[in-house]
Design a binder for this molecule. Sequence first.
Ligand code: SF4
Length: 355
Amino acid sequence: MGARKSSHRNRAGDGIVAAVLAWYDANARALPWRRPPGVAEPADPYRVWLSEIMLQQTTVAAVRPRFERFLARWPTVEALAAASVDDVLGEWAGLGYYARARNLHKCAVEIAARGAFPDDEATLVALPGVGAYTAAAIAAIAFDKKAVVVDGNVERVMARLFAVETPLPSAKPELKRATASVWPDKRSGDFAQSLMDLGAGVCTPRAPECGACPLSRFCRAFALGAAQEYPRRAPKKQKPTRYGAGFALFDSKGRVLVERRPDKGLLGGMLGLPGTEWITERPNGDALAAAPAKAPWRHAGLARHTFTHFHLELDVYAGEGAARRIGGRYEWADPETVRLPTVMRKALDLAFKQK
Ligand code: SF4
């Protein structure tokens, strides 16, 4: 990039920063982990960290009540560090990968031992479960450090602002450079959050409201009349489907048999219904051979769930009786209150209807 071009971009960058911060001052979303714009005291790093880990897989709307509950139960990082891993995993149920919850707890223990959150990206990124994005978000939002924070919303805004032709995901480094080229030295945290809010509320994936956007006069995609055509995307690979069976065995007291899944792997360490492996071919053998009891099993339906890398079709069977195996990883639980990951809750709800 030549000197002339770069000075043009810097001037445009200043205009972009001023426009988006002024818009943020008037339109910032009120979120429970946030310090409103213009308030002098910094955001609580514990809240920022917790919200960022939760938001990695779930929407703001879904995270908000779960965040409040987490915070009511564990108001400080020290309180979270003192909790049992099982309690944390239970509270995490339905929020996605459980490895995140385990790392959350590990990280809380480490922070509690250090006495405070570190405030620089390099130290933050070495903490359990804290990736480059989360480290930058904490450094910028909780400590107002100049750290370039690029999530999906920011990527979309930048791809449109600069009409980036490289398709995602290969465009990621280019989008990060574009973001860095406009990042301000001051109000770094507010700038990060202003771009996130703009992406979530104005520059939305399907219906960007360019007429209401503070960046429209800088935006190349808008000038081209092609906002929705950015970011460019590589053709999507189809997700494969896996198949399996799950068994809901109820005892005479109405309890259901659940199994603690192995620590490693998908849904690791969580409770679930006993079942078969999840395999890539539709099984043609007898799934009931894997059942935890010789019961008159009824087919209760098909629980469908989509994970990040595959769809799952789980044949759910319901039955009553005594378990062939109990103890070890197995236990009886109240089917209404047991905390299960979403796919297992869907399966148990199907079985419950058949009871
Ligand atoms: Fe997005 Fe439209 Fe604003 Fe460009 S003008 S940043 S496309 S909302």
